[in-house]
Design a protein around this ligand. Structure first.
Ligand code: BTN
Length: 289
């Protein structure tokens, strides 16, 4: 007999866990699904096709999934590596009829983190978000703050008839990369969701992402999104440095900026750039984040 909602076991974040997942995504209403064995970058593919000069307007949405990327791109111009078979790499594009998209990346992070956490086993490391939207496994909460990154989100936009074309790129370590391949301390989905494979994870994340874009388009980054982010915030209470600002993570502002409480008790909001854990605190530096 299926469990009623209140009987579904919950993990540390209060999220339902252990839900069964479909094995493969076969269809998603209004979304064209493309699977390729290899490409340079799913993100570049969709941007070139739908935002390039003379590109025809995109109707509906498109999901492009690659078994392997040879030129995967990360945030801040970094490259993104993903081991074939152990990683999930995809981009999802659609036009969003909304101008204020600054906090969309946080809403996407919340959506993916919650969808994965709901499949995590009891006792697994907690899934959390490092501002703005890195998916991390939290080995120790603040102030010790130790985490390992298991996935990242890259959002790029372009003007389009009826709104903005939004391309959401997601890269996730699903299985553990082979020994010696990872460039830094990493985590993977299988640590919390044993037996997870890229197709199963895609089948869970893609519908959640499609629904999140719809919700964000309708309501923006409202108080409900911010409350959900707060439950996943890995930086709350952690000693940080962001550019010239030094302070302790104090949640996020209404526009998705990161709030830091300085030594003087002042709250400073940081809208962009790199955030590092402050050297000399008990936490790892950015290299392990
Ligand atoms: C980050 O730097 O944390 C974001 C990484 C986003 C990588 C994904 S993988 C699928 C899509 N294609 C790319 O080239 N990048 C994004």
């Amino acid at each position: 007999m299926p469990l009623r909602e209140q009987e579904v076991p919950r993990n540390d974040a209060g999220l339902a866990q252990g839900l069964s997942a479909p094995a493969r995504l076969e269809a998603l209403p209004g979304v064209a699904i493309e699977r390729v064995a290899e490409t340079g970058s799913t993100q570049s593919d969709l941007l070139e096709r739908h935002a390039g000069p003379g590109a025809p307007p995109l109707h509906g949405a498109v999901l492009r999934v690659a078994g392997r990327q040879t030129q995967g791109r990360g945030r801040h111009g970094r490259r993104w590596l993903g081991e074939s078979g152990a990683a999930l790499t995809f981009s999802f594009a659609r036009v969003v009829a909304r101008a204020d998209l600054g906090a969309l990346s946080l809403a996407v992070g919340v959506t993916l983190a919650e969808a994965l956490a709901a499949r995590f086993a009891a006792g697994a490391p907690r899934l959390a978000l490092k501002w703005p939207n890195d998916l991390v496994l939290l080995d120790a909460p603040a102030p010790a703050a130790h985490w390992r990154k298991l996935g990242g989100i890259l959002i790029e936009t372009s003007s389009a008839p009826g709104g903005r074309l939004v391309v959401v790129g997601v890269g996730l370590n699903v299985g553990a990369p082979p020994e010696g391949v990872a460039e830094q301390a990493t985590g993977c989905v299988a640590e919390g969701w044993p037996g997870a494979d890229p197709e199963t994870v895609l089948a869970v994340l893609a519908p959640a992402l499609a629904a999140a874009l719809q919700a964000f388009e309708a309501q923006g980054f409202d108080a409900a999104w911010r409350a959900r982010y707060a439950r996943l915030d890995a930086l709350e209470g952690v000693a940080l440095v962001a550019g010239s600002v030094r302070g302790v993570g104090a949640g996020i502002a209404a526009d998705g900026s990161l709030r830091l409480r300085t030594e003087d008790g002042e709250i400073v909001a940081v809208a962009s750039g790199e955030v590092r854990v402050r050297a000399g605190s008990a936490a790892p530096t950015e290299a392990a984040a």
